[in-house]
Design a protein around this ligand. Structure first.
Ligand code: ADP
Length: 361
């Protein structure tokens, strides 16, 4: 059901994203081993990831394991590799990822992880090597991979080793905070471990207005609800092609709320989202919110705001001056986190329409 609020897990449940899936498949067939799937939050990265991986497993027999990097770092923020090793190990056991090579892991002694199976303490290197040995091809994906940057050890070294030495393993990373993810992977930094690796990027764009309309129509049809396309236009405008918000709107309507209340609920939800997502930036400075509010206000009508005007409006709200360097820093961090986009020199916009409304209030 399209209005199911959980991430979709099969290609049949996924609306659109056909071209993106085919590019993924095509690159897998060409034996590319390093993928980065990007897009703003709620755009459907997790859904695309699971749906594609399940399809690849079903159709081509390629096993996979997905590590939720956010969960891995919250379980063990300093050593997420322990959680990763454990998750991969469990995936091996569950899916029969590898056959005979499991015994190789059993005999190994490594510190740190508690798992329920009788096989204690798998080490990430051993687990990865076993997966590599036991499969012609296997995919390991890290959802919201930017969270791995909190690890005590530089995991990019591990990833570089996998890409260089374990030729049967494909690594996939997803991230909504694209700049933060890029800063973590440091693909363009000459002396960084992953420098020079060939990555395939699959950006997931917002639905265009016609796709959003079709998405809503089909979603309602699944519940036997007839809709008038023109009644759906305001929703398409306000929620502007972010599937996650369209789903929430649809789910509220199906549960009986009228249009205005459903939109209001989506905004409330978005507010909670913003609060959690903004926490990291709040810790750095309360000014990030001030800057976002200034941009939201200035964007009205034209959809973007200019550097100088943002600065002066933010200063007005703060009753204090912001020096140029700090201002540049605030804006580039907000871009890194995916809260802002640059559209030409000195012009910024808030790409998520719901977030725009949250800051516009
Ligand atoms: P992300 O990982 O980018 O935050 P999710 O995959 O969690 O996004 O998707 C957010 C919501 O939108 C979920 O309810 C999911 O079911 C829905 N969704 C996202 N993309 C699609 C799609 N292509 N087709 C159907 N539903 C989608």
């Amino acid at each position: 059901m399209l209005f199911d609020v959980q991430p979709k897990t099969s290609i049949d449940e996924l609306f659109g994203r056909r071209a993106e899936y085919l590019s993924f498949l095509d690159a897998i067939e060409k034996r590319r081993n390093f993928f980065i799937i990007t897009g703003p939050r709620r755009i459907g990265k997790t859904s695309f990831l699971y749906a594609s991986l399940n399809e690849l497993e079903k159709e081509y027999g390629i096993p996979y394991a997905v590590i939720d990097a956010r969960a891995a770092t919250s379980l063990n923020s300093k050593y997420p590799q322990r959680v990763i090793a454990e998750r991969l190990y469990k995936a091996i056991i569950r899916k029969g990822f590898v056959g005979g090579v499991i015994s190789k892991i059993k005999g190994l002694k490594i510190g740190g992880i508690e798992i329920e199976t009788q096989d204690k303490n798998p080490d990430i290197i051993d687990v990865l090597s076993a997966i590599n040995e036991g499969n012609e091809l296997a995919i390991i994906a890290f959802d919201e991979a930017q969270y791995l940057r909190f690890s005590n050890e530089d995991l990019t070294k591990l990833f570089a080793w996998v890409l260089d030495s374990l030729h049967n393993i494909v690594l996939v990373f997803t991230g909504s905070q694209v700049g933060v993810l890029d800063n973590f992977l440091r693909l363009d930094e000459g002396n960084a471990p992953l420098f020079g690796r060939y990555e395939v990027r699959i950006p997931l764009p917002r639905f265009n207005p016609s796709e959003s309309l079709e998405f809503l129509k089909r979603g309602f049809e699944e519940y036997g609800i007839e809709t008038n396309e023109r009644d759906l236009l305001p929703v398409v405008k306000v929620l502007d092609g972010v599937p996650g918000w369209l789903v929430h709107y649809g789910a509220h309507r199906v549960d009986g709320l009228p249009h205005d209340e459903a939109i209001e609920k989506v905004l409330e939800k978005a507010m909670t989202y913003v609060q959690t997502e903004f926490q990291e930036l709040d810790k750095l400075s309360p000014r990030y919110r001030v800057v976002m509010r200034a941009i939201a206000k200035l964007s009205e009508g034209k959809g973007y705001a200019r550097w100088e005007r943002i600065k002066s409006l933010a200063e007005e709200e703060l009753g204090d001056e912001i020096d140029e360097k700090s201002m540049r820093n605030y804006l580039s961090k907000l871009v890194d986190y995916g809260f802002l986009e640059t559209i030409g020199y000195g012009k910024y916009r808030i790409p998520d329409p719901v977030m725009y409304r949250v800051f516009r209030r």
